[in-house]
Design a protein around this ligand. Structure first.
Ligand code: DGY
Length: 323
């Protein structure tokens, strides 16, 4: 009997679907912290009709071969799907789905949090206080960037998440410059977004750069040495999208030279590895890819992935296929 395989436990919401899956067994990799090692994944997918995966699972030819011809759907519990070989899936008629729309607000909240933490040196100040060293309020103490004093924000990728970030930034009084599919939309105009024709045009104009585009083969290292150099001296980089969009070697150099004042990174070029030099820098705030980690958001992501699987197994159009 074919089964549904989840590479991570997704909480109680899964129990509500077990009867909907009929006689198919639901098998779940039990470790909440780590995904199945490759060997285990390849064994576990054998005979599966559906896979429910996350950004940490590389889903490619090898996995499809190991699964077998009955595999119908891969439902990624993420809006991004750069971990899945779409061509290989399409060639085998396997549907791939993602979870757009349900995590925009959570990622935008975290983006603003990371931006404030970085520009106002929150983590650096927290670390200082924990040393127990003598201190007293001072006019020069932990001075950072006033984002509400007309600072400009560059959004690369004004899609759903970028727009949610723009709304928040507008409430802070930031000037917003953006590239992306919605940069010239009416909604963007109402937020006062200034559309930029290209990333190159946007970079020299902004105090804070925030990335919100998907990772593709074309935009790996979208932000490298030349791009960082073209940014304003004393500006900041925030990345809650995908690590490989940024060349971390070049980022280290830009931070070391003082050209960039700081960086807030929720995602990392060689995730789950983090750069040892970046780890040493006080002006860098690093998070372990928690953009969508709101309780309600994660439940919605799991539910949407399960709905996608159910639809495909029932021969219906899934709610959010990757096209
Ligand atoms: C996504 O949805 O793509 C995130 O990076 C994982 O939460």
């Amino acid at each position: 009997m074919a089964h549904v395989y989840l590479t991570r436990p997704l909480g109680e919401v899964v129990d509500q679907y077990s009867s909907a899956f009929g006689s198919r067994e639901v098998r779940i990799h039990p470790d909440t912290e780590f995904p199945p090692p490759r060997e285990e994944l390849l064994k576990a997918v054998a005979g599966a009709e559906a896979l429910i995966t996350t950004v940490t699972d590389r889903i490619d030819e090898e996995v499809f071969d190991a699964a077998g011809d009955q595999l119908k759907v891969v439902a990624n519990v993420a809006v991004g799907y750069d971990n899945i070989d779409l061509e290989a899936a399409a060639a085998r008629g396997i549907t791939v789905t993602n979870t757009p729309g349900v995590l925009d607000e959570a990622v935008a909240d975290l983006t603003l949090g990371l931006m404030l933490a970085t520009t106002r040196r929150v983590v650096e100040a927290d670390r200082f206080l924990r040393t127990g060293r003598e201190w007293i309020w001072g006019p020069q103490g932990y001075v950072g960037l006033d984002i509400s004093a007309g600072a400009s924000l560059g959004i690369v990728g004004l899609g759903r998440i970028g727009m949610a970030v723009a709304k928040r930034a507008q409430a802070f009084g930031m000037k917003i410059v953006a590239t992306g599919s919605r940069a010239t939309s009416e909604e963007a105009q109402q937020l006062g977004v200034i559309p930029a024709a290209s990333v190159a045009e946007l970079l020299p104009q902004v105090d804070v750069l925030s990335l919100h585009c998907p990772l593709t083969e074309e935009n790996r290292h979208l932000i490298g040495a030349a791009q960082l150099q073209s940014m304003k001296p004393g500006s900041y980089l925030i990345n809650t999208a995908r690590g490989p969009l940024v060349d971390e070697k070049a980022l280290v150099a830009a931070l070391n030279s003082g050209h960039l004042a700081g960086a807030g990174l929720d995602v990392h070029e060689f995730e789950p590895q983090t750069d040892p030099q970046l780890r040493e820098m006080e002006q860098v705030v690093m998070l372990p890819h928690i953009g969508s980690a709101g309780g309600a958001t994660r439940r919605k992501m799991a539910t949407l992935a399960l709905d996608n699987v159910l639809a495909v197994l029932n021969g219906e159009q899934p709610p959010t296929p990757v096209r």
